[in-house]
Structures are given as structure tokens and as C-alpha cells.
Design a binder for this molecule. Structure first.
Ligand code: DHB
Length: 393
């Protein structure tokens, strides 16, 4: 089969790109190794930056999001059993993020794409990228385990296939440099059917370390606690999870955390990772294929959307005006934003977690960082600007 842009991966990067290309009349096909159900049900973070919300609305995909999302004006930081409200809206001249789960965004994007005739092939195997150094790159794949080999011939290949996909591996090791930091802690995430106990997301560093309280709907809450990344979830019976959440989120002002049945739980490791460059020949990487952030601050999806916005503008310039310049600058343009998001995610992560490899001195510095956000408007504004998403430059 033949298309203009062959996209590997039906996550946020691949799907947003397909919509952005469709809007300017550029053809594409997405292939995805997982099934549609799997893609639509995998639970991830849930915070959309202000400009991503506007983009979803512009693409005509915002109706359900605007009905169901939880909108709030700020976030709450907590340490020493005290809470501090950061007025994100006031500090950024009226911007606000929303909480709307990533898999709900994906459902809306997949439905929207199929409705306008977009092609997404789920459940493919054996994906191989070739000839990206030439002007006729191709992607080979099998529709299912036993299926015959098929090929997408295209002008450009986009590796939007996550950290473990073949996209990044198609850049020769002699060309790419990888930067990585592994944190000595992970997140235990739960979904609980319990009503909301606080109107904003709470980021806490208290007791044995980090805890986060977020929401999915008025009746369904999402919470995380810092844990050992290689711990077995079997070591975390529900009673222990609630006991730790109560200790890390507790205050002395009579507030109480509402508990409920835990309907899902799992542990994820935390890592920072960047691959440079994000482009090789006619192959372009986007999203987790090129960079990973630890989840504190929820930058992952937003950064993936930023990549493909840059890429869609560059492809439009190429197809409409035969201008190569933006395509040539894709990697450098994206990496400027990527490194700032890496910095912010690292800052939020180190400030909010208990790290047993750090000295007491370093731990005290993190609490000083938190207190700066409370006492210095400049510090609070810096956090707020990063949280809602930095401007594109
Ligand atoms: C959520 C996840 C995050 O990483 C975060 O910083 C805030 C909220 C969430 O899943 O709701």
C-alpha cells in the first residue's frame, strides 16, 4: 500500500499527528501492534495542558472531554501536614490544565479518525522500517502473527511507537546519543471507586515520601504513592495502601481522605530519557520513542502532542510550499522543548520524593524548594508556567 506518511504507533503522538495531517490534506496510515481494546483501556496519566485542550477543541474532538473532564484553577502542594494552593490560573494569565484520562483522549481520537475515513491497522506484528536514508522509505509488517508480509510505501516514516518500539532502533547507534536517569523509586497507582476528597490534584511529600491524589470522575479517584520500583504488588494489600495514603496525605485540620474499593492497581518505574537526534533521513521520532519523563507533573502526553504539532507544520510546509527547512530543523526545535520538560519533570520528581540515596542535606534542600513556591511569587510562577505548558519558540 502507498501513503504519504507511514505512522507506527496509535498512541497520543500517532493519533494527534493523523488528525493534524488530515486537517491539511496530507494522507497517512497508522499501524499498531496492540489491539484497539488494549489501546483504549490502558490506564495512564490524565492531565492535559491548556494548549492541548484548545487543540483538541479545534480538531472538533472536544465535546465529551468538555462534558466529563475535571477543570480546576490550581494544584495543591503538601508537606509537613500542611497544604499550599498554587494558583496556576492567576499566575499564568488565565490558563488552566484539565484532568481527563489519556485513554479517554485516545478513544475520542480513534473514533474521530475512523469517522473521517482514517486508516488504522491494529494488532500488527513484525514491524520493520527500511530505506529511510533514501527517498522511498518503507514499513514492512504482518497484519497478524500468521499473516503475509505487507508493505507501506511512503514519503516519510514516523516512529510514534513508544519506548520499546522499533522506531528509535532504526537510527544507527553511531548516529544517536541516549541520555538517561533511572530513579530509585517507582509509583504504585490505584483507581478507587470513592467520591472526591479534594477539589484539586494534591502533590505531597510527607512521611515515607511522595503521594498524589487525582481524579477520574466524581465517583472514581486516581491515587499514587512512591514505592520500591521492583516491589511486588502482592506486598501491597489494600489496607497497607490506604494506611500509606492516609499518612502521606493526612493533615491536622480535620480533613479526611475518602476510601473506597480499589478496582485497579499496579507499579511503574520512573525514568528520564532523551534520544538525540529525533530524526534520521526520512524517519522522525515522536513521543516516548524519543523521550521519557517521570510522571510527576504529567508531561508525557503533552510532550508527544508538541512533537507532532511541530512535525505536522513541517510536513505541511514541505507538501504545500516545497520548503525543507522546518523538516530539517524538526529535531532541534523539539529538543529545546523536550529538555525543558525533562528539567521540570526531574525538578518535580526530586523535590517531591524521598530518596534514600540522598543525604539529609539534599532532602532539606527539597523542602526549601517547596517552601520557595509558597513564599516567592517568581518561584510559583515558574512552576505554573511549566505546568500549563511552555510557549513554543
Ligand atoms: C495524574 C498523573 C500525574 O502524573 C500527575 O502529575 C497528575 C495527575 C493522574 O493520573 O491523574
Amino acid at each position: 500500500m502507498r501513503t504519504q506518511v507511514g505512522i507506527i504507533g496509535c498512541g497520543p503522538a500517532g493519533l494527534f499527528l493523523a488528525h493534524l495531517l488530515h486537517r491539511v490534506g496530507i494522507g497517512c496510515v497508522i499501524i499498531e501492534s496492540r489491539g484497539r481494546q488494549d489501546v483504549e483501556q490502558t490506564i495512564r496519566a490524565g492531565v492535559l495542558e491548556h494548549w492541548v485542550v484548545e487543540l483538541i477543541k479545534e480538531l472538533g474532538l472536544g465535546a465529551r472531554m468538555m462534558r466529563e473532564a475535571h477543570v480546576h484553577d490550581g494544584i495543591t502542594l503538601q508537606w509537613n501536614r500542611e497544604r499550599h494552593h498554587v494558583d496556576i490560573n492567576g499566575l499564568t494569565g488565565g490558563k488552566r490544565n484539565i484532568v481527563y484520562a489519556q485513554h479517554e483522549v485516545l478513544k475520542d481520537l480513534i473514533a474521530g479518525s475512523l469517522a473521517h475515513g482514517g486508516e488504522i491497522i491494529f494488532g500488527v506484528g513484525g514491524t520493520t522500517i527500511r530505506d529511510v536514508e533514501t527517498d522511498h522509505p518503507a514499513i514492512d509488517f504482518r497484519r497478524d502473527e500468521t499473516g503475509a508480509l505487507e508493505t507501506i510505501y511512503c514519503d516519510y516514516v514516523v516512529g510514534a511507537d513508544g519506548f520499546h518500539g522499533p522506531g528509535r532502533q532504526a537510527i544507527p547507534v553511531s548516529i544517536r546519543t541516549e541520555f538517561q536517569k533511572i530513579y530509585p523509586f517507582g509509583w504504585l497507582g490505584i483507581l478507587t471507586s470513592a467520591p472526591r476528597s479534594w477539589e484539586e490534584i494534591i502533590y505531597a511529600n510527607q512521611g515515607d515520601g511522595f503521594a498524589l491524589l487525582s481524579t477520574r470522575s466524581p465517583e472514581m479517584q486516581r491515587l499514587y504513592i512512591q514505592c520500591n520500583p521492583s516491589d511486588d504488588i502482592a506486598n501491597w494489600p489494600d489496607a497497607r495502601i490506604w494506611e500509606q495514603l492516609q499518612a502521606r496525605l493526612g493533615t491536622d485540620d480535620g480533613w479526611s481522605l475518602t476510601e473506597g474499593p480499589i478496582v485497579q492497581k499496579g507499579i511503574i518505574p520512573l525514568r528520564s530519557f532523551v534520544c538525540e537526534p529525533m530524526q534520521y533521513g526520512r524517519l522522525f521520532l515522536a513521543g516516548d520513542a524519543a523521550h521519557i519523563v517521570p510522571p510527576t507533573g504529567a508531561k508525557g502526553l503533552n510532550l508527544a502532542v508538541a512533537d507532532v504539532l511541530v512535525l505536522s507544520r513541517a510536513l505541511e510546509a514541505k507538501y504545500k510550499r516545497n520548503s525543507q527547512d522546518l523538516l530539517d530543523r524538526y529535531s532541534a526545535t523539539c529538543l529545546r522543548r523536550v529538555w525543558k520538560a525533562e528539567r521540570f519533570s526531574w525538578y518535580m520528581t526530586t523535590m517531591l520524593h524521598r530518596n534514600e540515596h540522598e543525604t539529609d542535606f539534599e532532602q532539606r534542600i527539597h523542602f526549601a524548594d517547596l517552601d520557595l513556591v509558597r513564599t516567592s511569587e517568581a518561584s510559583a510562577r515558574s512552576l505554573a508556567e511549566n505546568y500549563v505548558g511552555l510557549p513554543f519558540d
